[in-house]
Design a protein. Structure first.
Length: 156
């Protein structure tokens, strides 16, 4: 008799990496949805240097779905420090007041620089086995300045 074990929809294992679980959330700036920012989960525990960092991009409502090994697959269970930053698509640098689609057009400000570093952001998340709906990541306006997000390993 042949027995097949298939992972259920709440758990996915890709590339020989850790099992991942669905993670969804939302980013708010001063209580309002923050679209077009990158959210990166930095593991608080042991993590290999070649393992990708779970990450997501917010939609028009500030909502996101986390990816680690592939699009929307989720994140491994554990505790994370979280960084949130906005990218300029052509250079990979943070932006503050420039609309990248219509340069020079004023736009709603992105997150303050303090949130681009997981050690200074004050943001954290806990991912459990099974589906995860995180509490909103609540950011507050503040001083802006140049910052560089923590570099991430490439995802295949």
């Amino acid at each position: 008799m042949l027995l097949l074990v298939l992972p259920g929809p709440a758990c996915n294992r890709s590339h020989s990496g850790r099992p991942v679980f669905p993670v969804r959330g939302q980013v708010l700036l001063d209580g309002k949805p923050l679209p077009g920012v990158v959210v990166v989960f930095h593991p608080a525990g042991e993590w290999g240097p070649d393992e990708g960092r779970p990450r997501a991009e917010t939609d028009a409502d500030g909502r996101f779905t986390v990816s680690t090994y592939g699009a929307g697959d989720g994140a491994p269970a554990g505790k994370y420090k979280v960084a949130v930053f906005e990218l300029r698509p052509d250079e990979g640098e943070t932006v503050t007041h420039t609309d990248v689609i219509r340069p020079g057009t004023p736009r709603r400000a992105g997150p303050p620089a303090v949130y681009a570093n997981p050690d200074s952001s004050g943001l954290s998340a806990q991912v459990a086995e099974g589906p995860n709906e995180l509490d909103p990541l609540r950011l507050k306006s503040g001083p802006r300045g140049p910052t560089r997000p923590v570099p991430l390993p490439e995802i295949d």
